[in-house]
Design a protein. Sequence first.
Length: 183
Amino acid sequence: MPAKNPSTFKTKATKPSEVTVVPSPVKELLVWKAPTRPFKKRNREYFSTIAAIVFLLAVILLFIKEWLLIAVVIALMFVSYVLATVPPEEVVHKITNRGVVTGEKTYKWDWLARFWFTKKWDCEILHVETKLVFPRQLQLILKGKTKEGVKKIVEKYLLFEKPRKTAMDKAARWLQKKVPLES
């Protein structure tokens, strides 16, 4: 039997399960460069307030001999110092027909659940909830992009829904109002 030329083959699907699906090429719908996190330069008052709170907590914990907890509180103070003094790096964010790309990591639409917007300091932030264990949420700063433009693209793939505030969110907001770290 002579060999047939593969280019002359015609595929006929007798059942729907026999149809092969050819993936579409990746198409970038929106691309922008932005910092990885919101950043605000802090003044001396902020650091003094944190130091005073940590000192008082350390004295209280010293009396009840919680050495490990003292170390944790000091470590948290160091992290807050670093986050307040070191500016974030800039990364490229992309929204494609296959998912969201932030930096070098790709999150497929199947792994994402819903999205919403918030504002912190002068930054508009796109929050995307994931179905993954880590990270549970992507936060993309919209530097140079409008909420409406991003919303129009992302809502084709995800549900636009802001989550309800939990008791922990409400308690954190109350504490933030009652104990301001700077004026």
